[in-house]
Ligand binder design. Structure first.
Ligand SMILES: [Zn+2]
Length: 386
């Protein structure tokens, strides 16, 4: 049986439209069948609808701590993007392979799968696990269910590598995130009678200002780490919806806002602070209209990652990537969850650049895929030697 190349596997994976809103099961079935051809069993961990699944597979001994290769199967949508070629067909131009997910992050998945035949042939002393998730692009949600299952496994893996695009550089930190929807409910009336109503837009504005005040305080006096582009915690409001006409006091306003929190700062305490201010405003609103109120819901988020530069996983990741440096990044990944929920030391290394992710004409350099193939072969050597 000829061993398929990373590129051929990537072409297959890109061919499945796994936009986060849709099922990833056709891709999961394809990967299961691939693994099955090499005698590797895999296990699905479904979402609550049964339309999506994580895939977990182990190559090598099951009673020894090993290394997890983690990646997500879902991609961001192509809606409204202008592509030069079919986003779901891998196309080579100028040393690059174009396609949705080629970089973020089916390239890494393909390199991991292409290494499976040599993992199987190598008689590994330590296992290599594959953890392929769904719903990463909507807040690193899907992998939670897999991690809940893995929490019950008797042998905890020793290391995890998350293959988000880092140009094969070792990344050891990212911020935590909390995504918050605020719903302000007031009381409507004609604007000429404004004091008889409760203006939901006005109260929402006070919350927006409070978010700015928190942001300023953290920028001036919060945790600092120069390894980040923006070296402190940020807070911002991204969406405001409220009001219908100038002569109507609005009774509804919605805000979407977020905190991106430095490791070492308490993300939930910031949410609590916003909550407490909402309760204060709510009391004032209810003096006029008892039915008024403010709901503050955290609808998404993920833990941050802070792996030590001298940690074993950092040293191993550098060896496998043949790269000496390490850095920290602004975007979130599943790495924080692996560490927070499983306690597995985790680093991020993957092919391609985050600059190419999520955009029209997403691509991965062929040279990056080659570098990832070499990473996988060194990983197999490591796992063989035990
Ligand atoms: Zn990604």
């Amino acid at each position: 049986m000829p061993i398929p190349t990373t590129r051929a596997i990537l072409a297959d994976l890109v061919g499945f439209d796994t936009t986060s809103r849709d099922s990833n099961l056709p891709l999961v079935a394809h990967v299961e069948a691939f693994l099955g051809r090499y005698g590797v069993e895999s296990r699905r961990v479904y979402d609550e609808t049964g339309a999506k699944a994580n895939l977990w597979a182990t190559i090598g001994p099951k009673d020894v701590p090993g290394l997890i290769l983690s990646g997500h199967t879902d991609t961001v949508p192509v809606d409204g993007q202008d592509w030069a070629s079919d986003p779901f067909g891998l196309e080579e131009r100028d040393g690059r392979l174009y396609g949705r997910g080629s970089c973020d992050m089916k390239g890494f998945l393909a390199a991991a799968l292409a290494a499976v035949p040599s993992m199987v042939a190598a008689d590994l002393a330590r296992p290599i696990h594959l953890a392929f998730s769904y719903d990463e692009e909507v807040g690193c949600v899907g992998v939670k269910r897999l991690l809940e299952v893995l929490q019950d496994e008797p042998v905890k893996p020793a290391f995890c590598i998350v293959g988000e695009p880092t140009l094969m550089q070792v990344v050891i930190g990212h911020k935590a995130k909390r995504s918050i929807r605020v719903t302000v409910r007031g009381r409507t009336c004609h604007s000429s009678l404004a004091p008889q109503g409760v203006n939901a837009v006005d109260y929402a504005a006070l919350l927006i200002v409070r978010m700015r005040e928190i942001a300023r305080r953290l920028a001036e006096a919060g945790a600092v780490d120069a390894a980040y582009d923006v070296p402190y915690t940020t807070a911002h409001t991204g969406v405001v919806n409220g009001g219908t006409a100038l002569n109507i006091v609005p009774d509804l306003c919605r805000l979407d806002c977020e905190f991106r929190v430095m490791p070492g700062e308490d993300a939930d305490a910031l949410v609590d602070e916003l909550q407490a201010y909402a309760r204060e405003l709510e009391a004032e609103m209810q003096d006029v209209a008892p039915e008024a109120g403010i709901e503050v819901d955290v609808f998404a988020g993920f833990p941050g990652l802070e792996t030590a530069p001298e940690a074993d996983v950092t040293v191993l990741a550098k060896r496998l990537a043949e790269s000496n440096g390490h850095s920290k990044v602004a975007y979130g990944t599943e790495a924080g969850r692996f560490h927070a929920m499983l306690g597995v030391p985790t680093a991020i290394v993957g092919p391609g650049s985050i600059e190419q992710a999520h955009k029209a004409d997403e691509y991965i350099e062929i040279a990056q895929l080659d570098a990832c193939d070499r990473f996988m072969q060194r990983l197999v050597d490591w796992a063989r030697q035990g």
